[in-house]
Design a protein around this ligand. Structure first.
Ligand code: PHE
Length: 460
């Protein structure tokens, strides 16, 4: 098994990072929260956050990773001053905990997606026709179907494991180079179909025309949360990917490319979904049910071709989920290998052992969360089902805390000379906006994240 610890090229690095960023968050979550919080109005706020704060966090994580060539476990401690090392070790482990819980929850939705790929290929979704209640019942029976959705989830995570077994270049990078172009083709096919349906412009209007009355404080918080989640920052994944970046890679440009591609795919997902929903006369305010209840109905009302578009859509969702889950398992694997390495430099846990360990742990926990819709529905923590509980931890607490600590570390603890040297790849290129990035990282990002954290905790 390959144990090379870097991407082979700048393009490969960008593809892998875009693969991590583009996930269920873009295709499933972004369209419906944009619709919910005022379309174009939400979009303006989202773009502002994604480019001003998300991209800066992405740069911070990439810089920390490449400077140290370590995972969060050692990266923070090795850059911190002597007396503070113990404190920053906690942040490294917090990143591991965050990635672990995010992956476990992510697997639930990925398992459902895998199930829906199968049901659209086997024809059982098409057989439901256009009866909305039948389709909703199908989803209810599927998600509450005990062990059935768990097996789909196991199949999905096994695929992820195989890729991680392949190593950084022949696994993660290769999978991203193959899967990302496929994802782009699939999404473009859906956009063209959706935009050429009669009456599709109403969907475009819904997505883009600003309705500031719907843009509440909650919407603004959701925009920042979505910006961070969508860029995969705030849990150490980009520190690990940063440690694999080629030495001459221009981190500013790379982060901007990743941010732009991630945003573009999210917008395309909106254009693939809403015009078709409106054209077929459905209600877009489907919330999370949009993907599993409203869309199958949209496809079924398109006649025979609808079955093909249904397959294309769920395959798209699967590909997006795969490359994101790969990045999370890669992060966990790299962290545990580093954490168990012996001081004499001899390797501790082997890559395959680390991957297998976290595959087993996250899949087991993912199974528990999946079963919280059926056999374990009676188990509650703070009056919430297990899935809702982890959803709350994963959105309100863990990523914002990690992100806040990372910006403080990057802006105030890491020596400025190191930051500048890494940004310019040891003076190889000039970064004209360096001053602006530094200002955002030191003042604006920590303040914004603190506000998000505090309001998130008090609003819930
Ligand atoms: N960015 C991914 C998405 O949009 C989710 C993710 C978060 C992946 C964090 C890796 C790390 O779905």
């Amino acid at each position: 098994m390959s144990e090379q610890k870097s991407f082979s090229s700048n393009l490969g690095a960008i593809m892998a990072a875009v693969g991590s960023a583009v996930g269920l968050g873009n295709i499933w979550r972004f369209p419906y929260i944009t619709g919910k919080y005022g379309g174009g109005a939400f979009l303006i706020v989202y773009l502002f956050f994604v480019f001003l704060l998300g991209s800066v966090l992405m740069m911070s994580e990439l810089v920390i990773g490449r400077r140290t060539r370590c995972t969060p476990i050692k990266a923070y401690t090795s850059l911190a001053t002597k007396g503070q090392k113990g404190l920053w070790r906690v942040l490294g482990w917090l990143c591991v905990v965050t990635s672990f819980f995010i992956l476990s929850q992510y697997l639930v939705l990925s398992g459902w997606t895998t199930g829906y790929v199968w049901h659209s290929v086997s024809g059982s979704l098409a057989a439901l026709g256009t009866d909305a209640s039948l389709i909703a019942d199908f989803f209810r029976l599927f998600s509450t179907g005990g062990w059935n959705p768990v097996w789909y989830m196991v199949a999905f995570s096994a695929l992820v494991l195989i890729v991680i077994f392949g190593g950084v270049q022949k696994g993660v990078e290769l999978a991203s180079k193959v899967l990302m172009p496929i994802l782009v083709v699939l999404i473009l096919v859906l956009c063209v179909r959706s935009l050429t349906l009669p009456g599709s412009m109403r969907g475009v209007e819904y997505l883009f025309s600003p309705d500031f009355s719907k843009l509440t404080a909650e919407g603004i918080l959701a925009a920042l949360g979505q910006a961070l989640f969508s860029l995969s920052v705030g849990m150490g994944v980009m520190v690990v990917y940063g440690s694999y970046l080629p030495a001459n890679d221009n981190i500013f440009k790379t982060a901007m490319w990743i941010t732009a591609c991630d945003t573009l795919i999210a917008l395309l997902a909106g254009l693939a979904i809403f015009p078709a929903v409106f054209s077929c006369g459905f209600d877009p305010a489907g919330g999370p049910g949009l993907v599993f209840c409203v869309l199958p109905n949209v496809f079924n009302s398109m006649g025979t071709a609808g079955a093909v578009f249904s397959m294309v859509f769920f395959l798209l969702l699967l590909v997006a989920a795969l490359t994101s889950a790969i990045s999370l398992l890669e992060c966990l694997t790299a962290c545990i290998c580093e954490a168990t390495a012996r001081p004499d430099g001899k390797s501790g846990m082997r890559r395959w052992q680390g991957a297998l360990l976290f595959f087993l742990l996250t899949t087991a926990l993912g199974a528990v969360f999946t079963l919280s819709f059926s056999h374990l529905s009676g188990v509650k923590i703070a009056d919430l089902s297990l899935f809702d509980f982890i959803d709350r931890i994963n959105s309100i607490y863990l990523p914002p805390i990690c992100a806040l600590c990372t910006t403080i570390f990057f802006g105030w603890v890491m020596p400025e000379a190191d930051v500048r040297d890494e940004f310019t790849s040891h003076g190889a290129h000039r970064v004209r906006l360096y001053g602006a990035v530094r200002f955002l990282a030191r003042y604006v990002a920590p303040l914004a994240l603190l506000i998000v954290l505090v309001t998130g905790i008090f609003m819930n």
